[in-house]
Design a protein. Structure first.
Length: 118
């Protein structure tokens, strides 16, 4: 059974940057689409970005396009989310996930908190 372990969250001022990492431990997800989702207090969980198993195809929520970049390194079983120009509305718990189908995330990490102060 594999695990997805996020790291890199924290507190940053608006306009700043953070980088998240997600290490896959115990099971390879090299053929899975992987992605990042987030959930803010009182709001539904939303998909932020996904990346295909090859890394050739990425997709982003409109709210983060041009600011966030997702990438993956299958050699070290890790995906990344580079977040630039952060806004207070980006504040949320960010989850790494592996997708069993195009719209179903079936494996989840424990989440990492990102807080953007105004």
């Amino acid at each position: 059974q594999g695990q997805l372990v996020e790291s890199g969250g924290g507190l940053v001022q608006a306009g700043g940057s953070l980088s998240l990492s997600c290490a896959v431990v115990g099971q390879t997800f090299s053929t899975y689409t992987l992605g990042w989702l987030r959930q803010a207090p009182g709001k539904e969980r939303e998909a932020v970005a996904t990346i295909s198993w090859s890394g050739d195809s990425t997709d982003y929520a409109d709210s983060v396009k041009g600011r966030f970049t997702i990438s993956r390194d299958n050699a070290v079983n890790t995906i990344y989310l580079q977040m630039n120009s952060l806004k207070p509305e980006d504040t949320a718990v960010y989850y790494c996930a592996a997708y069993c189908t195009s719209d179903y995330a079936c494996y989840w990490g424990q989440g990492t908190q990102v807080t953007v102060s105004s």
